[in-house]
Design a protein around this ligand. Sequence first.
Ligand code: NAD
Length: 245
Amino acid sequence: MSNQKISVVTGPCGGIGTQITAQLIRDGFHVVGLDINDSQLSDMSRKYQSQFTQIKVDLTSANEISQAFEIIKSQFGGIDALVNNAGNCFMSEFPNIPADEFDLQMSVNFSSAFHCSQAAIKLMLGRPGIRKIVNISSNGAYNFDVFDPPHYRASKAALDTLTKDLARRYAKEGISVNSLAPAMTESPLFGVLSKEILDKALSQMPRGRAMKPEEIAAWVGFLISPAGDISSGNVIILNQGRDVR
Ligand SMILES: NC(=O)c1ccc[n+]([C@@H]2O[C@H](COP(=O)([O-])OP(=O)(O)OC[C@H]3O[C@@H](n4cnc5c(N)ncnc54)[C@H](O)[C@@H]3O)[C@@H](O)[C@H]2O)c1
């Protein structure tokens, strides 16, 4: 087996995930992509050939996640980096959020990252170098002026607490865990917003534009590169300076 580094990216078929995948492949990683979107996974396999492995997973199922990591273990033996990127934003408003929407929101944004991290860390232990987990959080967990619904905010706040717990727990083992918390980033996720809400949120961005998925991916690449080795337990807000007072 080659000594190429192995990364796992959840939601590689989405706006930000596509760019994270491209970045990590440029940086020399093999990317294992876990997504529910079968046809887009196949497109990525065709594009990246031997640099990409697709595994179709519904990340709301702990069982499917466990099976995916069994496949990763048998094919690659271990993991050097995990990016918990898959997510969604459900827009029902409090106090009328249906219970099943709440459960799904927590499951896609938080529980999936929890289960992937548990499985990934077992495959990181004992590997050489500083291994990395990057969680894609959201500025919505911290800025209460923008539109984000409470279950979305809470799912990302939970994710950032997981970041800190794992950073502390595995500091001596050499596993660095950080969150990136972007504000408005151009992606298909904008489709959940009405034109009015989207225009208002974009008008609040200081540079007059949304951030680009490749700009977020560059930060993922930086954290996973050797330059990121000494950062752990941080939630890095990316918002063009919007909330500085
Ligand atoms: N776009 C933004 O403005 C923005 C801002 C802050 C944070 N984020 C976060 O960035 C991350 C990526 O978002 P994006 O904008 O690229 O969204 P996106 O909708 O373009 O991509 C989401 C990806 O997750 C996958 N996914 C969703 N549910 C899944 C499931 N149950 N099982 C497997 N895969 C599933 C989708 O298939 C898709 O590939 C999310 O965690 C999101 O919360 C986005």
